[in-house]
Design a protein. Structure first.
Length: 276
């Protein structure tokens, strides 16, 4: 069984290590975190491994760098400097936005490099690990590294998809819009209802079925068929009246509404074209 050591075992690193340990995919080796307390917590979540520092690192077959994006370069530099990295070892990070090119110092030392990004929220590593089956993970990097990592992910019933390094930023932007910006949009929706005199609790009750059904329709029918409302009907006079009124009531919400008009018109045009 290959040994996996972890630098920066945050929620993503804890989850992956816990799943791989529980299903005997890798032997968990050493874990380095910023503090003894955070290392102890990570080891408790993972259920295996030993605490380590940069001064007492031991060799490992696979190194997972699950640090924050802005710490990847420093972490890989320290790993190379520690002199435990061997030619043929696999080094990967877990950033959704950054490519494996950040691991160039490890590659120059003979390691095989990659990036792995599980597409889901990691609020509770223990719960996520229990429900990890079916999680989609995007991969890019050295072909040999990807073969090993794909096999490890598929062994815990995850799905894998390969992407190109140059597409990482655009790929991650899609994830940001699907999760973060969707939350921002719904916050704006609730604020808009309240600007119309609707109490928050009632606003939530009104928005929830609309939002849920619309999302379900996008993924079951396709975006073109899921689109309804004034733009889909071609009632642009009403759309402009709404944009003006909303800008007067809530300028930021009005700007967002206005920004979405053109892409929604394009979507409506696609629907019209597909129905011909």
């Amino acid at each position: 069984m290959k040994t996996l050591s972890i630098i920066g075992a945050g929620r993503v690193g804890q989850t992956l290590a816990r799943v791989w340990h529980q299903q005997a995919v890798f032997r968990i080796g050493q874990v380095i975190n910023r503090s003894p307390a955070s290392t102890a917590h990570a080891l408790a979540v993972i259920g295996a491994g030993t605490a380590a520092s940069w001064s007492d690192l031991q060799p490992a077959d696979i190194w997972m760098l699950s640090v924050a994006d802005d710490q990847i370069s420093q972490a890989v530099a320290q790993l190379v400097t520690s002199a435990v990295l061997r030619p043929g070892d696999v080094v990967f990070h877990c950033s959704g936005a950054k490519a494996s090119l950040l691991l160039a110092p490890a590659a120059q030392a003979g390691a095989l490099t990659a990036s792995v990004h599980p597409v889901r929220s990691f609020a509770d590593p223990v719960q996520v690990a229990a429900d990890f089956a079916g999680t989609i993970c995007s991969l890019e990097g050295d072909a040999q590294a990807l073969i090993l990592i794909e096999a490890a992910l598929q062994a815990v019933a995850a799905q894998t998809v390969r992407i190109e390094a140059e597409h990482k930023l655009v790929y991650h932007a899609a994830a940001v819009m699907a999760s973060n910006y969707l939350v921002t949009l719904m916050d704006t929706v609730l604020a808009t209802y309240q600007a119309a005199g609707i109490p928050l609790e009632m606003a939530q009750a009104m928005a929830a079925p609309l939002a849920r059904l619309s999302l379900e329709n996008v993924f079951s029918l396709g975006a073109e068929r899921a689109l309804t409302g004034p733009i889909a009907r071609g009632d642009m006079a009403l759309v402009q009246q709404q944009a003006t009124a909303l800008t007067q009531a809530l300028p930021a919400a009005g700007a967002l509404y206005q920004a979405l008009i053109a892409p929604t018109q394009a979507l409506a045009a696609r629907r019209t074209h597909s129905e011909k």
